[in-house]
Design a protein around this ligand. Structure first.
Ligand code: ADP
Ligand code: ASP
Ligand code: MG
Length: 410
């Protein structure tokens, strides 16, 4: 007997018929003698609908109230899933994040899980229940409802698996595993039987939304056995995230495992600031204090005693960052110009094989140059090269890079 956490995404619970299918799969696992915890997302489109409703009332919604609203999507699907299980004669019980006691910090709309009280779930499982938990939500120390950021149900699933010491966490979605890139953009993309934890972390952090990055972080920290599978197919082993050391030294190993992209970032440029110690801190300190995450950062070599500074933030936070810079920072730094650009995209190639191969960067840059795609920013890590380009070239860039690195189906 194993304890398994199964997470079902929005398209997998999009209507009553699909929820019945979820219940049938859970029933099969129960029949094999396993204990099952189910985590569900809201029905597909529901979270977007709720955000749009909030924006109709307040264009930049108060984050606490927004979380109160968007968390309702998952409250509907836990009830429906529990009902569907009962209809199959299976004992089932639903829990919201608050009912479980999923404690988070108070960063509304992007809260982090601090702890999970597993006592009630354990008791129900031992009494023969399937426990159905709402993804994406928790509560802070004062009982305020919080949500975990878009795609956050993945993180609920993996965090529960860690807290319950589950044997496996299965992420059921609308594709049958992790591909070399999003198969919606490149139909020739290839499914990977397995991928190293390190590569998955990098792909997720660079924008592959098949898994939310925090779910991968949890899996790494607590060594959760994590698998991505299709909820529309009964066969298939999907993609396993592995922890075995694979240094990519094997000649047959691919150099690049996958390509990620992200259109959610915006670029902020601060031109003509004094080139002196402390300037980066003066610019980025207030941005960090406002809890705005900064991704790429570039500072130019100074000339004439001044320099330029460029960084990226989430598109949703560009205006907030710009007003902090203009109101709070500009009086001290006297920049010549402060600009925002949200028509950008980031494209990244990822692979542990890069460690032992040279020339990956030059191949990437040559491939983009041949298509006339201008690179605006570059950042690298041991296993990743990321570039910022104009948004309209993003899909083209992904396709030509996928071909150049020979990632297609054999
Ligand atoms: P869910 O609602 O089940 O959480 P998501 O839409 O969040 O599903 O994530 C699944 C989607 O992720 C796929 O439909 C696919 O378009 C996209 N995706 C992006 N990159 C990849 C990749 N490398 N492999 C598989 N799917 C990917
Ligand atoms: N429903 C939430 C979202 O759409 C959480 C999730 O689906 O993982 O982002
Ligand atoms: Mg998702």
């Amino acid at each position: 007997m194993a304890l398994i956490v199964q997470k079902y995404g929005g398209t997998s619970v999009a209507n009553p018929e699909r929820i019945r299918n979820v219940a049938k799969r859970v029933a099969r696992y129960k029949a094999m003698g396993h204990q099952v915890v189910v985590v569900v997302s809201a029905m597909s489109g529901e979270t977007n609908r709720l955000i749009a409703l909030a924006k109709e009332i307040m264009p930049e919604p108060d984050p606490r109230e927004l979380d109160v609203m968007v968390s309702t999507g998952e409250q509907v699907t836990i009830g429906m899933t529990a009902l569907a299980l009962m209809e199959l004669g299976i004992k089932a019980k639903s829990y919201t994040g608050t009912q479980v006691k999923i404690l988070t910090d108070d960063a509304f709309t992007k809260a982090r899980i601090l702890s999970i009280d597993e006592a009630n779930i354990k008791r129900d499982l031992n009494d023969g229940y399937v426990v159905v938990v709402a993804g994406f939500q928790g509560a802070d120390a004062n009982g305020n409802i919080t949500t975990l950021g878009r795609g956050g149900s993945d993180t609920t699933g993996v965090a529960l698996a860690a807290a319950l010491k589950a044997d496996e966490c299965q992420i059921y979605t609308d594709v049958d595993g992790v591909y070399t890139t999003d198969p919606r953009i490149v139909p020739e993309a290839r499914r990977l039987d397995k991928i190293t934890f390190e590569e998955m972390l990098e792909l997720a952090s660079q924008g592959s939304k098949v898994l939310q990055i925090r779910s991968v972080e949890f899996a790494g920290k607590y060594k959760v056995k994590l698998r991505v599978l299709s909820s529309f197919e009964d066969e298939g082993d999907g993609t396993l995230i592995t922890f075995e050391e694979n240094e990519g030294n094997n000649m047959e190993d691919p150099i690049i495992s996958g390509i990620a992209f992200n259109r959610d970032e915006a670029k902020i440029t601060v031109l003509g600031v004094p080139d002196k110690p402390g300037i980066a801190y003066q610019i980025l300190g207030p941005v960090a204090e406002a809890n705005i995450d900064v991704d790429m950062i570039i500072q130019n070599t100074g000339a004439d005693g001044t320099t330029d500074f460029t960084f990226t933030v989430h598109k949703n936070e560009m205006n907030k960052a710009l007003s902090i810079l203009r109101d709070k920072v500009q009086p001290h730094i006297h920049a010549r110009e402060i600009n925002g650009d949200d028509k950008i995209a980031k494209v990244s190639v990822v692979g542990v094989g890069m460690r032992s191969h040279v020339g990956v960067a030059s191949k990437m840059f040559r491939t983009l140059a041949e298509e006339g795609i201008n690179i605006q920013m570059i950042s690298t890590s041991e296993i990743k090269i990321a570039v910022v380009i104009e948004e309209k070239y993003m899909e083209l860039a992904v396709r030509v890079l996928h071909k150049a690195f020979e990632l297609e189906e054999a």
